[in-house]
Ligand binder design. Sequence first.
Ligand code: HEM
Length: 124
Amino acid sequence: MVILVVLHMVRVFWTGSYLPPRRLNWVIGIILLALVFLLDFTGYLLVWDDRALWAWTIARHLTEKIPLIGDGLALVIFGPLDLEDLCLIRLYAWHIFILPVMLISGMSIHFWKVRKDGGISTPL
Ligand code: HEM
């Protein structure tokens, strides 16, 4: 999935299909790319083995370091530190529900914008 999205991005860049009026769709695309990476990462964490636990710990600490909103954001994304089992359920909810809903909503806007911009810019 990551490889396909990056190939699509290369195609769009190569053909200059990010130029006006498609600039906003490029930005929407970047948000979709971030959601794909988050889906990938949460899936990796769901293995919940030693490697995943370390990745979860590092991700949590990095999030906490974000100025002003870090602690709150970490709590929302990862849950309270001392309730590890609940953290796994929270991760599962992110991976199978919240992120897919965000991705599908973003893709719908992305497709609508392609049509609104007059369809794809160049013959593929
Ligand atoms: C889940 C991820 C994504 C999906 C499912 C998706 C899907 C599509 C589809 C089906 C089209 C129309 C056909 C085509 O141009 O190939 C399109 C167009 C476009 N996409 Fe994406 N895309 C994704 C991610 C991205 C990313 C990461 C970028 C750039 C950062 C991007 C930028 C664009 C732009 C600018 C267009 C308009 C291209 C044109 O009109 O020729 N998309 N996208």
